[in-house]
Design a protein around this ligand. Structure first.
Ligand SMILES: *Cc1c(COP(=O)(O)O)cnc(C)c1O
Length: 405
């Protein structure tokens, strides 16, 4: 039988990944708070990104149901056609107000926001329209995949610098002058949990007329005054960070994303970002639920950020006492290096047997030898469960120290 060459190649790539022990599978689990129900077993989720525990909050559920009952489910069209509803407009205004920006623009996911915004910023005006190499994009080595992909999709020249190294970023900009340039960084690194040196990066950009783009997927709702994020925590405004990207699927417990900045900048992104122009607007009911989440996260009347901070502190103090070599992170993301993918997978399986859901993070999501347990804390976790997790972690075989990155 004549199989298409592309399918033959795809299958051999998949088989190679299987041989390396790096296949991934989606497991089906039902959710209630931080509990996950997998094949009849109840597990506590210590790997999700619902940091404030809003995903199941009754206000979100009520807003979603109410709006769906009134307006239906699908929007049926893109924002620029007939899909833009009052709930979207109100959510955009509230996100802009929260993050201290003039205007925000909704996208359906964070991946789409990064692809679209980078493509607009790095590619617009280039000749031919999506010409290659007409701009420079300098990125942290550990940036999220969608930032890397966004720069490549835009045809920008992509240069990377060592993790968290603002001087390295400056060197990359200086090595390639003459092109309009951007530095793009995660605000909080998704697999490491540390915060980018935003003030230093802003200074590097200022002296070189480069644009600073911050993806705050893991900072929004958690860091800074009123949870406005890592950029706000660093005291930086639109002058220093002209384009801020945030996601709605992590601390806000919903789904979707936005970019925010000066009205003229956001308007121009809306013209050119293909992942905005050519896609169906998110359901209005989801925008309504997100508005409820923004209110809860911003004003935080029930002290969720405080509970999260207390949980992070409890986990780190317990780990230190037990000699667990956690990576240096002060955020809800608390990685425990495991060295090899096999060690990480075995540890995840042992934790599952003990009642915890902590997925092994393996290459290519993290560098070679960087396999880890990416443990995340939430305001929903109880002291009991955190202590029990610590106890289970001490029973794991010790990771190979030399493989720690
Ligand atoms: C999760 C994540 C994204 C993607 O957001 P989605 O809404 O899940 O598509 C982008 N950037 C970073 C840093 C992330 O962690």
């Amino acid at each position: 039988m004549n199989r298409p060459d592309l399918l033959v190649r795809l299958e051999s790539a998949r088989a190679a990944r299987e041989q390396a022990g790096l296949l991934r599978r989606a497991r089906t689990c039902d959710a209630l708070g931080s509990r996950r129900f997998v094949r009849g077993k109840t597990l506590t989720d210590f790997c999700g990104n619902d940091y404030l525990g809003l995903a199941g909050h009754r206000d979100l559920v009520a807003a979603l149901s109410r709006t769906a009952a009134a307006e239906g489910v699908g929007t049926g069209a893109a924002h620029l056609v007939s899909g833009h509803r009052g709930e979207h407009a109100a959510l955009e205004e509230e996100l802009a107000d929260w993050t201290g920006r003039e205007r925000a623009l909704l996208f359906s996911t964070g991946v789409m926001a990064n692809l679209g915004a980078l493509q607009a910023l790095l590619g617009a005006g280039a000749m031919p329209v999506w010409g290659r190499g007409a701009s420079l994009c300098v990125q942290d080595r550990l940036n999220h995949a969608s930032l890397i992909d966004g720069a490549q999709l835009a045809g920008a020249e992509l240069r990377r610098y060592p993790h968290g190294d603002a001087d390295g970023a400056a060197r990359q900009l200086d090595a390639r002058t003459g092109l309009p340039a951007m530095i793009a960084t995660d605000g909080v690194f998704s697999m490491d949990g540390d915060v980018a040196p935003l003030t230093a990066l802003a200074e590097v950009c200022r002296t070189r007329t480069a644009l600073l783009y911050v993806d705050d997927a893991h900072g929004l709702g958690v860091l800074g005054p009123q949870g406005a994020g890592s950029v706000s925590a660093a005291g930086l405004g639109t002058a220093e960070v002209p384009v801020l990207m945030g996601t709605l699927g992590k601390a806000l417990g919903c789904a979707g994303a936005f970019v925010a900045g000066d009205a003229a900048v956001i308007e121009a992104i809306a013209q050119f970002a293909r992942t905005y122009v050519y896609t169906t607007a998110m359901p209005a009911a989801l925008a309504a639920a997100t508005r409820a989440a923004v209110r809860l996260a911003r004003f935080d009347r029930d002290g969720r950020r405080e509970r999260l901070a207390a949980n992070i502190a409890r986990f780190r103090a317990g780990a230190a006492q037990l000699g667990l070599p956690l990576m240096a992170s002060g955020t809800a993301i608390q990685p425990l290096p495991m060295g090899t993918p096999a060690a990480a997978s075995a540890a995840a399986a042992a934790l599952e047997a003990a009642g915890f859901l902590v997925v092994a993070i393996r290459p290519p999501t993290v560098p070679r030898d960087g396999a880890r347990l990416r443990i995340t804390l939430s305001a929903l976790h109880t002291a009991d469960r955190i202590d029990a997790l610590l106890e289970a972690l001490t029973r794991l075989p010790r990771p190979v120290e030399s493989a720690v990155v």
